[in-house]
Design a protein around this ligand. Structure first.
Ligand code: NAD
Length: 495
């Protein structure tokens, strides 16, 4: 069983608090590792290391930072299979999902490699006689990132490359459930040449998070996780004077209009609802079927579900792995029971699937005729459960999205350009898909939802990420009339 250390100041450090947390392989139920949960003192050591490293890193040339980011990008790409293997071993996701996660993470390093262009300031000559005004963006200092279990490689890479590209130092506190992949990524950053202390990692739970939120030397906190914790992190960090971006949970809707390509919509619904066992903040969990479209769509989804291969993530044939823990599996099963009890039609019941061994597997579920008062609709289940809500009109579907507390992603499937364009206006969500079920923006745009899916005013990565990790400074300069200069500038008066 491996001990997964903290990484502080370029050194692997064994936890000393005496508090530990187990790490499991969800496909087997076997404990494969253990982390030490950082104490306040251990977090303080990491912050002190990051603060000391910032003294130099904050002024390292853009050319040098860019070179190290390119090294880092190449190392992550060269080690993508090993990162993916660790994702499968501790999260459970299948090989394709794991490799896809690494690829999306690399996009963010590539964006940060362009920091020289992206961080150019602005300059106004002759704002007044002899007066120039220019704006620059400077780093904040020590930044912290607190990340969820479901994308243990990609979400840290939403944060780290932009933060350090801007000249900040960074402390990662990954999810305690699957820390091996993020730790390996931080090791690769060290190998790439980032100096000790520029990127530190501490394992921990609420104790570590609270200390990061309260520590006066931490200037900014990026958080991704569930809505209640996002709210807490936002409020606590802000109360301690930090800038905070806190991304929360989701309940993403996919409206299917009567004119949609049924095969396209059914394929999309299946991959977006059950990929990664539904443990994606951009998973589709509600299909809003307009008019009579459900009569064709529900059988088409059901037919595809019967072909899904569920199994261990390291089996290349598997298309869906287990959920993260057995407790979570039982929670998902509870929602299916509650939906049935409340009157939904359980078209496919994930509880009926039989799995051998002690893994936290559950089958895929499809519930039809769901209504918006059922817990299977109102709550983020974060498992392989898809609800179908039938409505008569497009307007009812749009209103349903507006009435939902979450606002991460929303998608529409239609062949009608006018309807698609209208939806782009109407959708009460931060990321919109048109015939795309999971509209995760590419690395050179930015990611973030609305309403209870994001607290703070800056979304994550891309241009917004650079804005979050820098603060503006405006310089107004005046120089004397050149004709009065003591240096000979060719004016008659100079002589
Ligand atoms: P979580 O909120 O339980 O944990 C996230 C992080 O917060 C972890 O590092 C954890 O150690 C820490 N944490 C947990 N409880 C805490 C507490 N009481 N005080 C302080 N820190 C605490 O989330 P999770 O279960 O790891 O991840 C799944 C959730 O993340 C889902 O709700 C999902 O929608 C959300 N998520 C959102 C996005 C997004 O971009 N909006 C992306 C990925 C995941």
């Amino acid at each position: 069983m491996q001990e997964i250390h903290h990484l502080v100041d370029g050194q692997a450090k064994l936890g000393t608090s005496g508090n530990t947390a187990p790490v499991f392989n969800p496909a087997t139920g076997e404990q494969t590792g253990q982390i030490g949960l950082a104490s306040i003192e251990e977090v303080d050591q990491a912050v002190a290391s990051s603060k000391a490293a910032f003294q130099e890193w904050g002024t390292v040339s853009v050319a040098r930072r860019t070179k190290l980011l390119y090294n880092f990008r190449n190392l992550v790409e060269a080690n993508a299979d090993e990162i993916a293997r660790r994702l499968t071993a501790e999260h459970g996701k299948v090989g394709d999902d794991a490799r896809g996660e690494v690829a999306r993470g690399i996009e963010n390093i590539e964006f940060a490699c362009g920091v020289a262009e992206a961080l150019k300031g602005t300059h106004t000559e002759h704002a007044s006689t002899g007066v120039d005004v220019y704006s620059v963006r400077q780093p904040l200092g020590v930044c912290a990132g607190i990340t969820p279990f479901n994308f243990p490689a990609m979400v840290p890479l939403w944060m780290i490359p932009n933060a350090v590209a801007c000249g900040n130092t960074f402390i990662l506190k990954p999810s305690e459930r699957d820390p091996s992949a993020p730790r390996f990524i931080v090791e690769l950053a060290q190998e790439a040449g980032f100096p000790p202390g520029v990127i530190n990692m501490v394992n921990g739970d609420k104790v570590a998070v609270d200390r990061l939120l309260e520590h006066p030397d931490v200037k900014a906190v990026s958080f991704v996780g569930s809505t209640p914790i996002a709210k807490y992190v936002y409020a606590t960090g802000a109360a301690h004077g930090k800038r905070v971006q806190a991304l929360g949970g989701a309940k993403n809707h996919m409206i299917v209009l009567p004119d949609a390509d049924i095969n396209l919509a059914a394929d999309a619904a299946v991959s977006a609802a059950y990929g990664s066992a539904g443990e994606r903040c951009m998973a589709i969990s509600v299909v809003v079927a307009v008019g009579g479209v459900a009569n064709q769509l529900v059988p088409a989804i059901k037919e595809r579900m019967s072909k899904l291969v569920i199994g261990h993530g390291d089996d290349p044939a598997s298309e869906m792995g287990p959920v993260i823990t057995c407790e979570h599996r039982d929670r998902v099963a509870g929602y299916i029971a509650a939906g049935a009890e409340a009157g939904a039609d359980v078209v496919v019941d994930g509880r009926d699937f039989v799995f051998e061994g002690n893994g936290s597997f559950i089958g895929v579920s499809l519930l039809d005729n769901v209504t918006t008062d059922m817990s299977v609709y109102t709550d983020e289940i974060f498992g392989p459960v898809l609800c179908v809500v039938r409505v008569d009109t497009y307007a009812e579907g749009v209103q349903m999205i507006a009435d939902n507390d979450f606002g991460n992603g929303a998608a529409i499937f239609t062949r009608d350009g006018g309807a698609a364009r209208q939806f782009q206006q109407d959708a009460d969500a931060g990321m919109v898909g048109i015939n795309v079920p999971i509209p995760v923006p590419v690395g050179y745009h930015s990611f973030g939802g609305w309403k209870d899916s994001l607290f703070g005013d800056t979304t994550m990565y891309g241009p917004e990420g650079l804005r979050f990790y820098t603060r503006p400074k405006v310089v107004t300069s005046r120089w004397p009339d050149p004709s009065t200069s003591s240096v000979d500038l060719g004016f008659p008066q100079n002589n």
